[in-house]
Write a protein that binds this ligand. Structure first.
Ligand code: ATP
Length: 310
């Protein structure tokens, strides 16, 4: 359902993701773990078609994700790391807008919105302008928008940051429920307890290299650490990799680690911009809008439906 075929991504001389070969079947919850700067967001942005790999191929639901194929984007529900909503719309207007882009009929859309209102308990504030929402309220509406069209793949970048325990539980339940119905879930997280609780498999990326993929039990037995927590093993593993990388002798990481730091040659490597800004400096607004544009029925937001932005 989600396939990375030998995917690498460079930003100038910086190798952010190296030869990633990873396959997620339908119905699996996959948690993508790694320290800061490991390559998680870069991987996710390639998966949702916002970044093009330097090498390799990414496919989603059998469609090419790297060529901004509209059918690939249509089969994805994406929750970026920053929950962006159009400030001058109410939450309901935002959901209606997204539902229209997804091609839902008026009747379907009304029913789906009610379904998500009940699931995410957003009815109390849905008719207020989103500029008045707290982070958690925004996040819940963004979740509702992402699953409105019953996507076959759900991609989430740090989904539970800023959510209260009840909302976190709603999200965990949603992901397990969707997976049981055959949806593939790809989620990056630093919250290892959540990964341990809901993921069928985990992947650990470090310095752009996938250093482990499998179940938490497989990780424990590979490390002969039957009673260690995922957190303990994760910290050990990434600390070992750091030492080995520093001494230039890591067999797990190999010789292709391009961790040479950022240089001014990165200037001009931003794919969809003209400035020397980092790609990751895209505002959440741009990321969300770009994704919605690429997945809309017409490939672009129709002028008449584009909300007024501030
Ligand atoms: N536009 C860019 N230009 C240059 N380097 C970049 C750019 N975007 C990311 N990087 C670098 O690529 C590497 C991977 O970054 P990425 O954002 O994918 O990591 P991450 O695992 O999501 O980190 P975090 O957990 O901190 O969000 C980092 O070394 C980062 O500095």
């Amino acid at each position: 359902m989600i396939d990375f075929w030998n995917v690498s991504k460079r930003y100038g001389e910086k190798l952010a993701v190296s030869q990633l070969d990873l396959h997620i079947p339908p119905g699996e919850v996959f948690a993508f773990l790694g320290p800061n700067g490991a390559g998680k967001t870069t991987t996710i942005r390639m998966l949702v078609g916002l970044l093009r790999p330097t090498e390799g191929r990414v496919s989603v639901c059998g469609y090419d994700a790297t060529g901004r194929d509209r059918l690939a984007a249509q089969c994805i529900g994406y929750v970026p790391d920053q929950p962006y909503l159009y400030d001058k719309l109410t939450g309901r207007e935002f959901l209606e807008f997204v539902g229209q882009l997804r091609g839902l009929s008026r009747r379907e859309l009304a029913a789906r919105i009610e379904r998500e209102v009940a699931r995410f308990e957003i009815g109390d504030f849905l008719d207020e302008l989103t500029e008045t929402y707290s982070h958690g309220m925004r996040q819940r509406v963004v979740f509702a928008a992402a699953v409105l069209h019953d996507p076959k793949v759900i991609v989430l970048d740090e989904p539970t940051v800023g959510l209260d325990p009840r909302s976190t539980k709603l999200v965990k339940d949603l992901l397990r429920e969707r997976a049981a119905a055959g949806t593939a879930v790809f989620m990056s997280t630093h919250t290892l307890s959540i990964a341990e609780e809901i993921a069928d498999r985990i992947g650990i990326i470090h310095h752009g290299k996938l250093i482990f993929v499998g179940t938490v039990e497989e990780l424990r037995s590979a490390r002969a650490s039957d009673h260690a927590s995922l957190e303990e093993i994760f910290l050990q593993l990434t600390a070992e990799e750091r030492q080995e990388t520093n001494s230039f002798s890591s067999p797990a990481i190999g010789t292709s680690v391009g961790d040479v730091g950022m240089t001014s040659s990165l200037i001009g490597n931003r794919e969809r911009g003209t400035s020397s800004q980092k790609e990751s400096d895209y505002s959440a607004c741009e990321v969300t809008r770009e994704f919605l544009e690429s997945s809309s029925q017409n490939g672009v937001l129709a002028t008449e439906t584009r909300p007024n932005q501030q």
